[in-house]
Design a protein around this ligand. Sequence first.
Ligand code: C5P
Length: 201
Amino acid sequence: MTFTVAIDGPAAAGKGTISKAVAARLGFAHLDTGLLYRAVGAQVLRGVDPEAAARALTAEDLEAEDLRRAAVAQEASKVAAIPAVRAALVEFQRAFARRVGGAVLDGRDIGTVICPEAEVKLFVTASPEVRARRRHAEQVAQGADDPYEIVLAEVRARDDRDMNRTDAPLKPAEDAVVLDTSDLSIEAAVARALEIIDMRR
Ligand code: C5P
C-alpha cells in the first residue's frame, strides 16, 4: 500500500510537529524536506557550490547538528530558490513518498510540485506574529537570545523569499485543506489533521 500525506506551510506554523505526530499515529514514514534544503544551505556556508552540494547530499548530512541554526535556515531559503538545487532533490522526495506502508512529507511544495497526486494535502499556517512567538520560545529554550523582533523579521524575510520565488513558490495546492493553527493547541491541531486524513482513507 502506498499513501502520501503532503503537509505544506510557512516556517513555524506547526507542520513539523503535526507531521511527526500524524506519521507516528498512522505508522507512516516521515520526511522533513526542509532538512534537505538546510543541509545544502549548511554546505554553502562552508563554501561548497549549491548545485554540487544538492547532488552529493547523503542521508547522513540530514543528521548534522547545526541544521536548526537561524543562519542555516536563511541560507536554506536562498538555495531553495535555485532551480538546479530543487531539481537535484526531486527524485529522492518522490521515491520516499511512494514507500510501501505510507509516507508523510512536510515542506513548501509537496502538494503542488513533489506529490501533486498525494491522497491528502494539508496547508498548515498561522499568523507571522504567532509563528515568530513560537520560534522565539524554541530558541530561548535552546539558549539563544535573539529578541522577538529579530525572529519576526527573519520569519517575514523567509516567507517573502519562499512565496515570491519563481520555481515552486510556497502556496496551498488547489485541493489542499487549509489548517490555521494560530488559535489551536498542538493537540487540537494534530487531532484536526488526523480527522482530515481519516476522511480520505
Ligand atoms: O521547513 P524548514 O524551515 O526547515 O525549511 C527551510 C527552508 O527550506 C525554507 O525556508 C524553504 O526555503 C526551503 N524549503 C523548500 N521546499 C521544501 C522545504 C523547505 O523550499 N519542500
